[in-house]
Design a protein. Structure first.
Length: 275
């Protein structure tokens, strides 16, 4: 399997499809790089080089017990870009991957980066508080961690309702999508699952977003129940100079996997890459 060994010896698995200008995909939680297969094929067919890795402790990467924080994730990404000597890169992120992208730019700059896409991103700050009343209450995160500890397999099955808005009439989420979500979630370490909740719920990315100096596309579902658009997508777009915001009406948190919104996102992504 293709792997990149990080500075601390962790082996990061990645897919590498196509040739051309590189497009690097950063997956959300609790998924892995397989979540991007539709987009990897789309960019490879369009003449780009698509790369998607499994974050440490996820999928086929080393199942470590620690290192589940955004500084570490950003440094892992820097190791991948450096080892593969990738330049003129477009970074495409989903959910928690948006924090990874933001922290990468905050720590390592944009020397290697051409442009960025934040899809259903958790940035700039997810936790509800006096300065972020639109955020997610801490009790939701506490309940999620408790569910993982009590019976994580069922927890992941239950989570599809919020992730894909299956509680909305007329949704196009199939049993196959739900099963794929469960399968990817089950390949994440239980420690990673819990530690990542703490990381993505409490990490502040305001300063990181202020360091963006590249074209940025922000895409967010209007019905994102996991990362509500008013506390994330709209604020991220306002904080990033020159960012473009696209709102998919009725779109869920996992919209890039759902028929209808998936094809629209692929079209918008290719159009952004072609600029």
């Amino acid at each position: 399997m293709p792997v990149c060994r990080t500075r601390d010896g962790v082996e990061i698995f990645y897919r590498d499809w196509g040739e051309g200008r590189p497009v690097v995909f950063l997956h959300g939680w609790p998924l892995n790089g397989d979540a991007w297969q539709d987009q990897l094929k789309a960019v490879a067919d369009a003449g780009y080089r698509g790369i998607a890795h499994d974050r440490r402790g996820h999928g086929r990467s080393t199942p470590v017990y620690d290192g589940y924080d955004f500084d570490t994730f950003a440094d892992d990404l820097d190791d991948i870009l450096s080892r593969l000597d990738l330049r003129n890169v477009t970074l495409v992120s989903h959910s928690m991957g948006g924090g990874e992208l933001a922290r990468y730019i905050g720590r390592h700059g944009t020397e290697r980066i051409r442009s960025a896409v934040l899809l259903s991103s958790i940035t700039p700050y997810l936790l509800q508080g006096p300065d972020n009343p639109e955020g997610v209450p801490r009790s939701e995160f506490d309940g999620l961690k408790a569910g993982i500890l009590e019976e994580r397999s069922q927890c992941w099955k239950d989570m599809t309702e919020v992730f894909f808005s299956t509680n909305r009439p007329g949704n196009k989420v199939t049993r196959g999508i739900e099963d794929a979500f469960w399968y990817m979630a089950m390949t994440q370490t239980i420690e990673g699952g819990i530690a990542c909740v703490d990381a993505f719920s409490t990490t502040d990315f305001h300063d990181d977003l202020g360091k963006f100096d590249i074209p940025t596309l922000v895409v967010h579902g209007g019905d994102d129940q996991a990362a509500p658009i008013e506390s994330t997508g709209r604020k991220s777009a306002a904080l990033i100079p020159g960012a473009e915001l696209k709102v998919y009406e009725g779109g869920s948190h996992g919209l890039a996997l759902v028929p209808g919104h998936k094809e629209k996102f692929n079209q918008d992504l290719l159009a952004f890459l072609d600029r």
